[in-house]
Design a protein around this ligand. Structure first.
Ligand code: ADP
Length: 664
């Protein structure tokens, strides 16, 4: 393994005082080719070398990766990097390998044989950096691996995901702090490009990071000109077209953000009709079309993209001259991240929000639609806690069975873990499909006796189809007297040997039940979980109202936005519309209260009468009419129905009331 051999960067030497400014800078130059540290980097690196945890809040592009990559080369032992972005992980690992550094990744896209090799390398201390997706940490075998061979440094990318105050809370992240404590890691680096003071405090508390070791850079971008302009819904398309025509006279491109997929399609088509070439981009489009649109935009052939928030992860295009929020952003964190994609070349760029208070309803509906009813929480608990002391489940199937979005089910399961009721074990595939590329006898020759016996049993078991043999591992483990791990591994190696095509399917998560909860305890547990869901709802609503407050502001917009992230500007920015033309600022009109027409009532009645299995309850119909995705409706392809989103402009509570009143 390529260890730096010269004295000055000996990994065994972690005495921070040993690192003069010159020696550290020279290590940075040698390993990464950078001439000097960027602001904040050296302080973070020194903190880690001194054996203390740190928090780095740097804007995107600020150079966060070097903050753990350099220590990873200088510290004895290996560094574990947790990152939720698979594409980013891949790029980083490739870049590190190109520099001759021993880096690898473990994520769900890696074939089992390659994953097994990575685990072997980690155990043998051959890796300097290992990138993993956060869900990997839920696996028992992975946790045991880390217990036996703990990392010298744990770096956590997108660390704001650990905080329930954050806008991107990910339940997997909640487990990171208990693990860091269990592994007794002195060095943890939390990294993020977005943290309000409340989120930063949460992160610091979780990992025991001293206030002095929180390194916060300025997020102020003087080249971004913020404008928040009230605009009635019906006038937005025309206003957008005029703005784009003006922008497109000069080089560069533009991104238009909308909330709903339907709006993306509608706005892109409207612009095309008005003579402005534009394409829609959202998660509902086929992957190939999305890739083509993104490539066209990056190459500059397509200059205007109309997108939902699905667009932008990892987009680093220097010449975006205009970012328009056609709809209201769902939080100031989202807003700041989305406008942050403008003017990356440092030249002037315009950020225009066509503010309309009517948007609030759709965004609120998304939030309300995700809060399960007390009964739904209870149903999920009844289902999960009845599965026995050791059980496994498909989160996907559970989400369909309970008709709750995947993210909501995952959150509830995490709450159950945090309550100490269940503990997640390994993730595995319940089913394997195998196609032999060699006759069985040839596959078995040359293998050890034990492996031969196991493979012979496996490859004649299960159901034989025309091309694939299907094995249900959970049914085979016991009769064969083997653990699921062993079967998983044997099939992984079989695939790696090239003797067979091996496809794992049906992912499942195993759990251990730590307590039996019954009777009034169960009632109370369901109540606590439901209250947590309501608290989440309140936080999300509060975030929306913070966005609306920005639109109502008459003073400097830039100052208000930076203040949200805990930074005080010395003076008003002088370049937002409030600073430039204070007399022209118009107040935001309150949202309209649209009424339900007779024909709409008729359609609601008709829908109830149809008694579709995916729309049995009033709540399911209300979600459908508000255009809120639900697993059962998606599965039944009901999103294509004309009535999907029919009442999207109405508050969810009103639609729910209507659906409850009109029953089949
Ligand atoms: P972030 O993760 O904060 O978005 P990255 O770590 O991806 O940022 O770094 C952004 C770019 O800056 C990369 O191309 C990286 O090579 C470069 N970079 C990082 N540190 C330095 C430095 N000290 N000097 C020059 N370039 C740097």
């Amino acid at each position: 393994m390529p260890r730096p051999s010269d004295e000055s960067t000996s990994p065994a030497d972690t005495d921070p005082d040993r690192w003069s400014a010159k020696a550290l800078a020279s290590a940075l130059r040698r390993h990464f080719g950078h001439r000097r540290f960027r602001p904040g980097q050296e302080q973070v690196i020194r903190t880690l070398l001194a054996g203390r945890p740190a928090l780095a809040v740097f804007p995107t592009g600020g150079g966060k990766s070097a903050c753990y990559q350099l220590p990873a080369l200088l510290l004895p032992g290996s560094t574990l990097v947790v990152s939720p972005l698979i594409a980013l992980m891949r790029d980083q690992v490739e870049a590190l390998r190109a520099r001759g550094l021993a880096a690898a990744r473990l994520d769900s896209t890696l074939p089992p044989d390659e994953a097994a090799e990575v685990i072997r390398q980690w155990s043998a201390g051959e890796l300097r950096l290992l990138y993993v997706a956060p869900e990997r940490l839920a696996g028992e075998s992975f946790r045991q691996l880390m217990q036996r061979h703990p990392p010298a440094l744990l770096a956590i990318d997108e660390a704001h995901c650990i905080s329930e105050w954050g806008h991107h809370f990910r339940p997997d992240y909640l487990k990171l702090a208990p693990l860091a404590h269990a592994w007794r890691l002195p060095r943890v680096l939390a990294l993020t490009a977005t943290a309000t003071p409340a989120v930063a405090t949460d992160i610091r508390r979780a990992f025991g990071i001293a206030e002095a070791d929180h390194v916060q850079l300025s997020f102020h971008r003087p080249n971004l000109q913020l404008t928040v302009e009230p605009c009635a819904d019906g006038r937005r398309l025309d206003r957008l077209r005029r703005e784009l025509e003006r922008t497109l006279k000069r080089p560069g491109s533009a991104v238009v953000y909308v909330t709903r997929q339907e709006t993306a399609a509608m706005v892109a088509a409207g612009l095309e009709r008005g003579g402005v070439a534009a394409r829609a981009y959202h998660a509902g489009l086929p992957a190939a079309l999305r890739a083509e649109t993104q490539a066209g935009f990056m190459a500059g052939n397509l200059r205007v993209i109309v997108a939902t928030i699905a667009f932008g992860m990892g987009i680093d295009k220097p010449d975006i001259r205009l970012v328009v929020h056609y709809n209201m952003p769902k939080s100031l964190e989202n807003y700041s991240q989305e406008i942050g994609r403008a003017g990356r070349d440092g030249r002037r760029a315009r950020c225009l929000w066509l503010a309309c208070a009517d948007d609030l309803t759709v965004l609120e509906n998304f939030i309300y639609g995700d809060t399960p009813t007390p009964q739904a929480v209870r149903n999920l608990l009844d289902h999960v806690l009845r599965l026995g002391p050791r059980f496994d489940l498909s989160v996907h199937d559970l989400s369909t069975a309970c008709d709750m979005r995947l993210a909501v089910v995952e959150t509830l399961l995490t709450y159950l873990e945090l309550e100490g009721v269940i503990e997640a074990g390994r993730r595995f595939h319940a089913e394997y499909k195998i196609h032999l590329l060699q006759p069985l006898e040839r596959i078995l020759t040359g293998r050890g006796q034990d492996e031969r016996r196991l493979l012979a049993a496996l490859l004649t078991a299960g159901r034989e189809g025309r091309r694939w043999r299907t094995l249900q591992l959970t049914e085979l483990a016991e009769p064969l007297g083997r653990s699921l791990d062993e079967l998983d591994l044997a099939l992984g190696w079989l695939g790696a040997s090239g003797d067979a095509e091996v496809r794992p399917t049906r992912p499942r998560q195993s759990y251990r039940r730590l307590q039996e909860v019954t009777g009034s305890d169960l009632q109370q547990l369901a109540g606590r979980l439901h209250r947590r869901c309501l608290q989440r709802e309140q936080r999300e609503l509060q975030r929306l109202h913070q966005v609306l407050e920005l639109a109502r502001l008459s003073s400097c917009l830039t100052a208000a936005l930076t203040a949200h992230f805990g930074e005080t500007l010395a003076a008003p920015c002088g370049h937002c519309d409030r600073c430039r033309r204070p007399s022209k600022v118009r107040p935001l009109t309150d949202r309209a209260a649209p009424a339900v027409s007779d024909s709409e009532v008729g359609q609601v009645r008709q829908l109830a009468a149809e008694a579709h299995p995916a729309l049995r309850t009033a709540r399911q119909r209300a979600r459908f009419l508000c255009g809120l995705p639900s697993p059962a409706a998606t599965r039944a392809r009901l999103q294509r129905d004309d009535r999907y989103g029919l009442l999207a402009k109405l508050p969810f509570a009103t639609v729910l009331e209507l659906c409850e009143a009109i029953r089949a």
